[in-house]
Design a protein around this ligand. Sequence first.
Ligand SMILES: NC(=O)c1ccc[n+]([C@@H]2O[C@H](COP(=O)([O-])OP(=O)(O)OC[C@H]3O[C@@H](n4cnc5c(N)ncnc54)[C@H](O)[C@@H]3O)[C@@H](O)[C@H]2O)c1
Ligand SMILES: N[C@@H](CCC=O)C(=O)O
Length: 524
Amino acid sequence: MSGFKLTYSTMFSPPRELHTRFAKAVDSLAEEFGKRHGLFINGGDVHKEAVTAKSDPADQDRTLGEFSLADETDVDTAVMAARRAYPAWRGTPWQQRVAILKKVAGLVEERLYDIAAAVSFEVGKNRMEALGEVAEVVEFCNLYARQMEENNGYDRVLPDDPLPDFKSHNRSVLKPYGVWAVVAPFNYPFALAGGPVAAALVAGNTVVLKGAVETPWSGQLLAQCIKDAGVPDGVFNYLVGEGATVGDALIRHDGIDGVTFTGSYEVGMHIGRSQWARAFPRPCIAEMGGKNAVIVTAAADLAVAAQGIVRSAFGMSGQKCSALSRIYVDARVADGLIGQLRIAMRNIKIGDPRQEDTWMGPVATAKAYGNFEKYCAALRTQGASILEGGATLRAAGLERGFFCAPTLAEAPLEHPLWAEEMFVPVVMLGRVESPGQAMALANGSKFGLTAGFYGSDAEVEWFFANIEAGVTYANRPQGATTGAWPGYQPFGGWKGSGSTGKALASFHYLPQYMREQSQTHIEP
Ligand SMILES: NC(=O)c1ccc[n+]([C@@H]2O[C@H](COP(=O)([O-])OP(=O)(O)OC[C@H]3O[C@@H](n4cnc5c(N)ncnc54)[C@H](O)[C@@H]3O)[C@@H](O)[C@H]2O)c1
Ligand SMILES: N[C@@H](CCC=O)C(=O)O
């Protein structure tokens, strides 16, 4: 598409062709509905008796397919296949691994519309979010491949020791760890599987990916691209299964050498601890939840702030780790901001996520639908009140899906929900007396993933200097806290939002999948 690059911040006015191609992909996907899908182990599909029937969150009567469910024996089989494949993959020159990864990127790009249609049905996200998610994997693969090239496979010659009587040669080499487990969340089942898998593979590790039971299709589609790109059997394996059983068996398995987990704080902390509670620690990259705040000062452009807030609080129905859930606004401009937010919220088009004009689809799961009702009830207690929304939606066309109204609640600053990640389309607003109070509240959280700011240019440096979050945005109408894109915004959390302080798609991410060996050779 000439002149247009799809990113999460350019997706608001795409060219016509993009809509036409997506609509065509949705039509052809209907032929796939109801099919049986296997796990992917050692280069082949493995069909199991135990299956999950996955339905469309926008229409519970539509079954998307039956997906095999792994058990603990499959975990063992997949890990063993990855172990057997490891020596040859590690020994494959990095240039060949780079070439294979670029092929994976090429295939994902070729299948972009078909995969995005499936992701939209599986998660309930709108077409632009789904296309963005798939395009992000193309970027991850190409970026990590390019970083391998730019760093000469992370093999560096160091100066010889200053020894007068010997010739000593020194090198620093980054080497893969072995078998890498990747555990992915339900909300970005393609991108947050594809990103870590791409990094692990190009670095020379073999991989066992476990997808969420709620979203089993995306991983299958990724597995097909990886297989068709010529990744050897056993190098990549894909399982779907419950976290507490299959996920836990994977991350505890003696045959893995490292883990990337993306998901909730509770599970991430559990996995992190488990990797140290062993004879020796295993690396664990844990990308966890958020309770992302925006600060709006008296100097803010309220129209810009309202636009960015609505996009980040309600995009993908609030189910982004980067979603905005806390607004701290200067009391002097609070009513003005609330007025603008209410107007913008009433203009949100809610409905079938495949339709071109739909901006907000359903929440992805029955559990999230129940949580939404629970949180709305709680936001009517302890001094809080709902200013807009606050109910599930059952109008004609929405009655078979998990649709929720975008919800704005005002709450006293002591309300317990200021501290809890809700992961539904609810944002809380609190009035503050000063920017300093807003900063203290924004930082007074165990999380530190994303944060936003609306105020004067003069205040922006103060915001960047003081905010405790890994991904920060100032005066951005495209999204107050959401919408990072590889190559533009590295994405990773501080504090309870991330274990490593190194962000996805940054200069520092890929080396985490390798360990350093210092090599000194004294010539005879
Ligand atoms: N920081 C990020 O980049 C990022 C990105 C996306 C989502 N998230 C977070 O993910 C959460 C939503 O996703 P979710 O509900 O799928 O999270 P979750 O923690 O419930 O599950 C994530 C994955 O972990 C698995 N799992 C659960 N228990 C496990 C265990 N004991 N051992 C091993 N695996 C286990 C699940 O089956 C799933 O595959 C939110 O908290 C969101 O903020 C973070
Ligand atoms: N990378 C996405 C969020 C992914 C988490 O769920 C963003 O930047 O909004």
